[in-house]
Design a protein around this ligand. Structure first.
Ligand code: FES
Ligand code: FES
Length: 183
């Protein structure tokens, strides 16, 4: 894991870009070679987006980017230049809850105990949200396919899949407390 390079070989060209992140507008001077991940974490301090492999393998850096029709799709921010998403609506994990209430995906992950170290969770939940936006009632194989780019080293995936199914089939009332564990 490394911060943006600043050594003698670093490109010095910067550009002022307007980034729309979680409903807020940020006018940021970014180096043209810096990724969206670098800008989110090191310039906007949105560290919920995780820096894992930095080469497109793990999915930890997944964020959602909306297209012209406002359809949000998962994007690997470590492979996306910040200048290429200027003016597009970007959702990070910090923007998934709305008006102080958890997104049903977050609530379901909580209820199912689908969290351990948490490193994969931002990307995992955003990939699940993108799937449910497109397909509110996915099958288990469809969920497995949608989350196949997000690697988890802790949970064994079972609870993650259960949580996504729960979010799809019985969306929890956002903000409710999870049920108590049986004694
Ligand atoms: S940090 Fe691993 S895919 Fe981006
Ligand atoms: S909970 Fe640790 S990597 Fe997924």
């Amino acid at each position: 894991m490394t911060a943006p390079d600043s050594g003698p070989t670093a490109t010095k060209r910067t550009r002022l870009v307007r980034l729309l992140v979680n409903g807020a507008t940020h006018d940021v001077a970014v180096a043209e070679h810096h990724t969206l991940l670098e800008v989110l974490r090191y310039q906007l301090q949105l560290t919920g987006t995780k820096q894992g492999c930095d080469k497109g393998d793990c999915g930890a850096c997944t964020v959602l980017v909306a297209d012209a029709d406002n359809r949000r799709a998962p994007v690997l921010s470590c492979l996306t230049l910040a200048v290429d998403v200027e003016g597009k609506e970007i959702t990070t994990i910090e923007g998934l809850a709305t008006k102080g209430k958890l997104d049903p995906v977050q609530d379901a992950f909580d209820r199912c105990g689908a969290l351990q170290c948490g490193f994969c969770q931002s990307g995992m939940m955003l990939s699940a949200r993108a799937l449910l936006d497109e397909n509110p009632r996915p099958t288990l194989p469809q969920i497995q396919q949608a989350l196949s780019g997000n690697l988890c080293r802790c949970t064994g995936y079972t609870k993650i899949l259960e949580a996504t199914l729960l979010a799809a089939t019985r969306p929890a009332a956002a903000g409710e407390q999870p049920p108590k564990e049986p004694a």
